[in-house]
Design a protein around this ligand. Structure first.
Ligand SMILES: Nc1ncnc2c1ncn2[C@@H]1O[C@H](COP(=O)(O)OP(=O)(O)O)[C@@H](O)[C@H]1O
Ligand SMILES: O=P(O)(O)OC[C@H]1O[C@](O)(COP(=O)(O)O)[C@@H](O)[C@@H]1O
Ligand SMILES: [Mg+2]
Length: 358
């Protein structure tokens, strides 16, 4: 058996642990393991694959990033390229990718990635590739999956950052607005916001009104609490408002960001209080994975190899109700997992007095 492994989309802590577990579990079965560099990037070069042996994955469980490199601009069905007139367009190079797999007699692909990667995988399955998916993203937004690798580390970093920013808010009697990642889902904002005792948490699933936040600030002032901590997801928006974005490059998803600044300015105007905004950005994705992420990544990586061994292809290994399960990749393509407004976590936030902006 010859398998190939790739990592796609944004990097996340735990990717290397998943690569290591998949590689070691495959080598243990006497299989050959190839790595694809930079998403699917190396496929179109003279060296489409590298060899992954024991030495290549030695000591990488605790390393951030991905030893394979990754890409969030390089969908084989919409590959960006520069036209003769200097404009950028996209073209479908998926046949080239499939042919390279066939030429090199690759039996199965372990695709480690998020929703974007699974959408690609789903289309490659329809072109005849045998794929097993491993769910990765700090955003925790993959449908059918209780938790994705990278999420735990991201919320730990965000929680610590919000804790630290709270001391400045309190000392300076300021409004501090902290922007966290998560694209169109509020998992990072909600979990880190609750854990760090934020006063206001704004998530994409609950469009917010400034009136509601101002009321919360005034309530706190009346109690002698002259500072307010506000956590805002990058994808949060005002009721009847628009997403705040930084534009879009051809072949890449729209870049979100800037909502914290907008909220901070507006709240200063409305309350007369001094405010500051902080964007946590890629801090949330970098560095060594938490213990939880190391373990879940190792479990996902090894489970993917058991899938291959059983020829149970075209599945995504997932955690549901604390058990590893397998779900069809095609069943989750084009879907996303949002925060449920009925969840006990949202109820907890409300019960302990966190304003959710509604
Ligand atoms: N292996 C890959 N190689 C190149 N581009 C990829 C790969 N996997 C995903 N992408 C692209 O990255 C973009 C961003 O997707 P994103 O949501 O960040 O990825 P993911 O959800 O897989 O983490 C998508 O447009 C997707 O087409
Ligand atoms: O690093 P980039 O390209 O700016 O991407 C930022 C996006 O990637 C993420 O960090 C992670 O998303 P994916 O795991 O789906 O790639 C999002 O939270 C964020 O919106
Ligand atoms: Mg994604």
């Amino acid at each position: 058996m010859r398998i190939a492994i790739n990592t796609g989309g944004g990097d996340a802590p735990g990717l290397n642990a998943a690569i290591r577990a998949a590689t070691l579990a495959a080598l243990k079965r006497g299989w050959e393991v190839l790595g694809i560099k930079n998403g699917y990037g190396s496929i179109y070069t003279d060296e489409p694959f590298i060899t992954l042996d024991e030495q290549a994955v030695q000591g990488i469980t605790l390393q951030g990033g991905t030893i394979l490199g990754t890409a969030n601009r390089g969908n084989p069905f919409e590959m960006p390229y520069e036209k003769e007139d200097g404009e950028w367009g996209t073209k479908d190079v998926s046949d080239q990718l499939v042919n390279t797999f066939k030429e090199h007699e690759v039996d199965a692909l372990i695709a480690i990635g998020g929703d974007g990667s699974m959408n690609i995988a789903s289309k490659l399955i329809k072109k005849g590739l045998d794929i097993v998916g491993v769910p990765k993203t700090i955003d925790n937004d993959i449908y059918g999956c209780d938790v994705t690798l990278g999420f735990d580390t991201a919320i730990s970093i965000a929680t610590e950052a919000i804790d630290r920013i709270t001391t400045t808010a309190e000392s300076h009697h300021r409004l501090m607005v902290v922007e966290v990642m998560g694209r169109y889902a509020g998992w990072i904002a909600l979990y880190s916001g609750i854990a760090a005792s934020a006063d206001v948490v704004l998530i994409p699933e609950i469009p917010f009104s400034y009136d509601s936040i101002v009321e919360k600030i005034k309530e706190r002032e009346a109690k002698g609490r002259h500072y307010t901590m506000i956590v805002v997801a990058e994808g949060a928006k005002e009721q009847d408002g628009e997403l705040v974005t930084k534009g879009k490059t051809v072949g890449q998803e729209v870049q979100l960001g800037g909502i914290a600044d907008r909220v901070a300015n507006k709240l200063s105007e409305r309350t007369g209080k001094e405010s500051r905004s902080v964007v946590l950005g890629h801090l949330q994705r970098g560095g060594s994975p938490s213990t939880y992420d190391r373990l879940i990544s190792l479990r996902f990586g090894a489970a993917a190899i058991r899938c291959v061994q059983e020829h149970d292809f075209n599945k995504l290994v997932v955690l549901q109700d604390n058990q590893l399960k397998r779900i069809p990749i095609t069943s989750i393509a084009e879907k996303m997992k949002s925060v449920s407004l009925e969840s006990d976590t949202v109820q907890t936030a409300r019960d302990i007095g966190i304003c959710l902006g509604d």
